[in-house]
Design a protein around this ligand. Structure first.
Ligand code: DAH
Length: 429
C-alpha cells in the first residue's frame, strides 16, 4: 500500500475511515459502501474557549462575519481556530510554497492546452451540504457527512471538505475546462502531516462526441486514456522522470476511478485521485451528451515532498526564517530547517465514553495549544473487566519557532486536562 500522508483523498475506499498507525501510514478499516454516518455531537463551546479573532472578512466577494460562522448552538462545530484560517488564502500567495505549486500546475495546463483551462481560486469555502455532498453523489449515510469529520456552520451549510464541491455549479454555468484551487476543511487528528485546513486543486474537462468519434474507441475508454496521459505529464512536470503507477479505486463521483502513485524515496506515494465523471453529474448539469474527466490533488502533500517541508504546520508560519526561503516561480527549492527545538511529551489517561472520538480530543487540544501541538498519539488502549475502556494519549508539544518553557507547557497541559474532562465528559485517571 502506498504511503498516505498530508491528507489523502477523503472519498476513496482505500483512504476512508482512517486509523493512525504512525505519523506517515494510515490504514483503511471500512469500505466506502458499507460505511454509515457516525453522529457525534459537536463540542460544546464556552466563551472561555474563544480566542480573539478578526470579526469579519471578505471571501470571493462575500462579506463574512465571525458570528455567521462560529455560533454557540448544536448545529455548529466551527471553533475560532478554524474561523481564523478562513481568509488566509495561502494558495494565492506567489511566494508561498502552496502558491508556487499552484502556479507550476497552472503553467503545465497553460502550455499543454493553450490557456484553455479556466482558473478559479477565490470561490467561497462556505458551501451548502448540497454542493459539498449531494451534487457529487456522496451517499446520504456516508461517514464524511458526520459532525465528527466535517465542520458544520448550520445543518445545511459546511466548510467545504473538498474542491469537488464546485464541480456542479461550474458545469451549470457552462464551463468545460477548469481548475479550482482552494482551502478545504476537515476535522482530523494531529500529526506532522495532518492539519484541519489544507489546500486542494480540482481539475475538470468536458469532452464532446466529435472528440472521441474520430478515435474509434468508446467514449469512456477515450476519456480515461486522455486523463491518464494528462496527469502523467503533470507528475513529470513537477517531479521529473519518476516511476508511476495507477491504482483502481472508488469515488462516488467517478467511474472508473483511479489513484496515481509515484515512487519517491523508496515508497509509493499517492498523489491524486481522479476518474471519468459519473454520467449522472453531467446529466443533472446540462451536459447530457458529453463525457468528462476530473481529478483532485492535495497541494500540501505535494509541496511537502517537492520542497522538503517536514511539518505541515510550517505552511502557516509567518516566521521570516520560513517565508524568506521561497521565491515566486521557484518550484522545488529545498527547505533548510532553521531550528530543531526539542519536543516535550505529556501523557494523559482517561476512561472514555461512547461519544468519545479522537477528532473531538484533537479539537480541544488545538483550541488550547494551537500550532504548539505537534502530535496527539494513542499509546495505550485497554478495556477492563467491567467493560470500561481507557485511552492513554501522548501529546507532543513543540514550537517550530522557539523553545518552550516548562512553565508554559505545564500551563497548557493543565488546561488540556481540565477541558478534556469538562468538554468530552471523560474521567481522568
Ligand atoms: N474530492 C476527492 C477527495 O477530496 C478527490 C477527488 C477524487 C477529486 C477524484 C476528483 C476526482 O475530482 O475525480 O478525496
Amino acid at each position: 500500500m502506498a504511503v498516505l500522508f498530508a491528507q489523502s483523498t477523503l472519498f476513496s475506499r482505500a483512504s476512508f475511515s482512517l486509523l493512525r498507525c504512525n505519523g506517515f501510514t494510515r490504514l483503511s478499516f471500512s469500505s466506502f459502501s458499507s460505511s454509515a454516518a457516525v453522529y457525534s455531537p459537536p463540542l460544546p463551546k464556552t466563551k472561555k474557549h474563544c480566542q480573539p479573532v478578526v470579526s469579519a472578512l471578505e471571501l470571493g466577494g462575500v462579506k463574512i462575519s465571525r458570528d455567521d460562522v462560529v455560533r454557540d448552538d448544536p448545529t455548529n462545530n466551527v471553533p475560532d481556530t478554524i474561523f481564523s484560517k478562513l481568509g488566509m488564502q495561502l494558495h494565492r500567495r506567489d511566494k508561498h510554497p502552496i502558491g508556487i505549486l499552484k502556479n507550476a500546475i497552472y503553467d503545465y495546463f497553460d502550455s499543454n492546452y493553450t490557456n484553455k483551462f479556466e482558473k478559479f481560486d477565490d470561490l467561497c469555502p462556505i458551501v451548502s451540504t448540497k454542493q459539498n455532498f449531494d451534487d457529487v453523489l456522496v451517499p446520504a449515510d456516508h461517514v464524511s457527512r458526520s459532525y465528527n469529520d466535517t465542520y458544520y456552520v448550520h445543518a445545511q451549510t459546511v466548510l467545504r471538505c473538498h474542491t469537488s464541491a464546485h464541480q456542479a455549479e461550474l458545469l451549470r454555468k457552462g464551463h468545460t475546462h477548469f481548475l479550482v484551487t482552494g482551502d478545504v476543511y476537515r476535522r482530523d487528528s494531529i500529526d506532522s502531516t495532518h492539519y484541519p485546513v489544507f489546500h486542494q486543486m480540482e481539475g475538470f474537462r468536458v469532452f464532446s462526441p466529435e472528440d472521441w468519434n474520430v478515435s474509434g474507441t468508446d467514449a469512456t475508454a477515450y476519456v480515461a486514456d486522455d486523463l491518464k496521459k494528462c496527469l502523467e505529464g503533470l507528475a513529470r512536470h513537477l517531479f521529473g522522470a519518476v516511476e508511476m503507477r495507477w491504482v483502481d479505486t472508488y469515488f462516488p463521483f467517478t467511474n472508473p476511478s483511479f489513484e496515481l502513485e509515484i515512487y519517491f524515496k523508496e515508497e509509493w506515494l499517492e498523489v491524486l485521485g481522479c476518474g471519468v465523471t459519473e454520467q449522472e453529474i453531467l446529466k443533472r448539469n446540462g451536459k447530457l451528451n458529453n463525457v468528462a474527466w476530473a481529478f483532485g490533488l492535495g497541494l500540501e502533500r505535494l509541496a511537502m515532498v517537492l520542497f522538503d517541508i517536514p511539518d505541515i504546520r510550517l505552511f502557516w508560519s509567518s516566521d521570516e526564517r520560513f517565508t524568506s526561503q521561497f521565491a515566486k516561480g521557484e518550484l522545488g527549492v529545498k527547505f533548510k530547517p532553521f531550528s530543531k527545538y526539542p519536543p516535550c511529551y505529556k501523557d494523559m489517561s482517561f476512561w472514555i465514553n461512547e461519544s468519545f472520538t479522537e477528532n473531538n480530543l484533537c479539537e480541544v487540544v488545538r483550541g488550547i495549544a494551537g500550532d504548539l501541538v505537534e502530535e496527539v498519539k494513542l499509546i495505550d488502549n485497554f478495556t477492563n473487566k467491567k467493560g470500561m475502556t481507557s485511552h492513554c494519549y501522548r501529546i507532543a508539544y513543540r514550537s517550530m519557532e522557539r523553545s518552550l518553557t516548562d512553565e508554559e507547557i505545564n500551563g497548557l497541559q493543565w488546561n488540556v486536562r481540565e477541558q478534556v474532562q469538562s468538554k468530552l465528559n471523560v474521567v481522568l485517571r
